[in-house]
Design a protein around this ligand. Structure first.
Ligand code: AMP
Ligand code: GLY
Length: 416
């Protein structure tokens, strides 16, 4: 099977790594990829959001499967173009990707499908925003309706900050605050059926103890020893399948990963958000545990015929990933500094490093080229071991001004 992965971050490096391991994969390509994917795949320099360029490349490579990483590529209609050209593609069409690209559309689907989520109001005017803030009370949750790379959401006790965020956006969703821990569940969908992967937990705030601004995600771990064994079945029955059915009913079949961001509240499971793709950095830990070959699984979604009763197999043990972020991330990441210590980090038993925002500079030097620069992954027989491995490996990485959280998976690892 000839496979092309679109994107250039840590998620795509993890996808490429998992696909590279799959025996069915005879050729692996990435566009544009990164210096990490270059070690296991052929990188092609093109804009992954250009439907024509991607389709031409996929046809030239006689690709059997294209796997789309980032939401921007979905929203640009690359999935539509590939399917139109007859190239099997894992990743929804633009219309179905609106489940991530428009918070208001996601709420509409959830309401129609009876999916439990935060009560919300779509607001276009200052008056509507102020009324909604009054109605829900603090803590205030204000979300930019459009795509904002994980940074469009403000959760605050401060009414002024809530109002100011709303003013800066064209249209917002103001919603009820959801208490309780968050879980990310990815379901692989073929338009009709869905199969769940292992749940993971992400750490969205920039600093330890969930302080600081929201980010794309500062670390993740899987599995989650503290969740009920029935949670996944419950979410598949009450969240994922109803959403997939509703989209199919609207003739916008959902092919790809439906990412349910969940809050386990005192009133039960609620959807915080849907994303139309694999989560980053949760994918890094989830795919690490996957024992079933990934390529066939994604291909059966892309061409239809996913067996809804199939459940992937998982390696025992745990994985933890720590994101090494550039100075200034998330507000204004500093690019261009040299990164060292990857070889030493990878020599730590059970650890490896995924590239998230890097590029090669002169003389083969590795340079920071994004906000989230590296994902250091640690594995082990249990969470405490995986965590210790990840942090030991991260201690070898040097990048001027970089920062990482020191409490990824800490609570879960400490629990009896
Ligand atoms: P989203 O982009 O919708 O995932 O929101 C980003 C983050 O904001 C989530 O992961 C939550 O941590 C937080 N958040 C979003 N919606 C709510 C809510 N209704 N109640 C509490 N926290 C929320
Ligand atoms: N880790 C959160 C996301 O991928 O949106």
């Amino acid at each position: 099977m000839r496979v092309l992965v679109l994107g250039s971050g840590g998620r795509e490096h993890a996808l490429a790594r998992a696909l590279h391991r799959a025996p069915a994969v005879t050729a692996l390509h990435c566009a544009p990829g990164n210096p990490g994917t270059a070690e296991i795949a052929d990188n092609h320099q093109l804009d992954p959001c250009d439907p024509t360029a991607v389709t031409e490349l996929a046809e030239r490579l006689r690709t059997d499967l294209v796997v789309i990483g980032p939401e921007a590529v979905l929203v640009a209609g690359v999935g539509d173009a590939l399917r139109k050209a007859g190239v099997p593609c894992f990743g929804p069409d633009r219309a179905a990707a609106r489940i991530e690209a428009s918070k208001a559309f996601a709420k509409e689907i959830m309401a129609a499908a009876g999916v439990p989520t935060a009560e919300a109001r779509v607001c276009d005017t200052t008056m509507q925003v102020e009324e909604a803030l009054d109605a829900f009370g603090p803590p205030y949750v204000v979300k930019d309706d459009g795509l904002a790379a994980g940074k469009g959401v403000v959760v605050t006790e401060d009414r002024t900050i809530a109002s100011r965020h709303a003013t800066a956006c064209e249209r917002v969703v103001v919603e009820e605050f959801l208490d309780g821990p968050e879980v990310s569940l990815f379901a692989l969908c073929d338009g009709q059926h869905a199969v769940p992967l292992l749940p993971a937990q992400d750490f969205k705030r920039a600093y330890d103890d969930d302080a600081g601004p929201n980010t794309g995600g500062m670390g993740a771990y899987s599995p989650l020893p503290w969740i009920s064994p029935d949670l996944v079945d419950e979410v598949m029955a009450t969240v994922v399948q109803p959403a997939v059915d509703e989209l199919r009913r609207r003739e916008i079949p959902y092919v790809g990963t439906l990412y349910a961001g969940l809050a386990l509240t005192s009133k039960g499971v609620r959807v915080v958000e849907f994303n139309a793709r694999f989560g980053d950095p949760e994918t890094q830990v989830v795919l690490d545990r996957l024992a079933t070959p990934l390529a066939k699984l994604l291909q059966s979604c892309a061409i239809g015929g996913l067996d809804p009763d199939f459940r992937p197999e998982w390696h025992p043990g745990a994985a933890v990933t720590v994101v090494v972020a550039a100075e200034g991330y998330p507000e204004a990441p500093v690019k261009g500094d040299e990164i060292t210590g990857l070889d030493e980090a990878s020599k730590v038993d059970g650890a490896y490093v995924l590239h998230a925002g890097t590029k090669l500079g002169g003389e083969g030097r590795l340079i920071a080229n994004g906000g989230r620069v590296l994902n250091v992954v640690g594995t082990g027989p249990d969470l405490p071991a995986a965590r210790a491995t990840a942090y030991e490996a991260a201690s070898h990485i040097a990048l001027r001004g970089s920062h990482h959280r020191t409490d990824i998976a800490l609570k879960a690892a400490a629990a009896p």
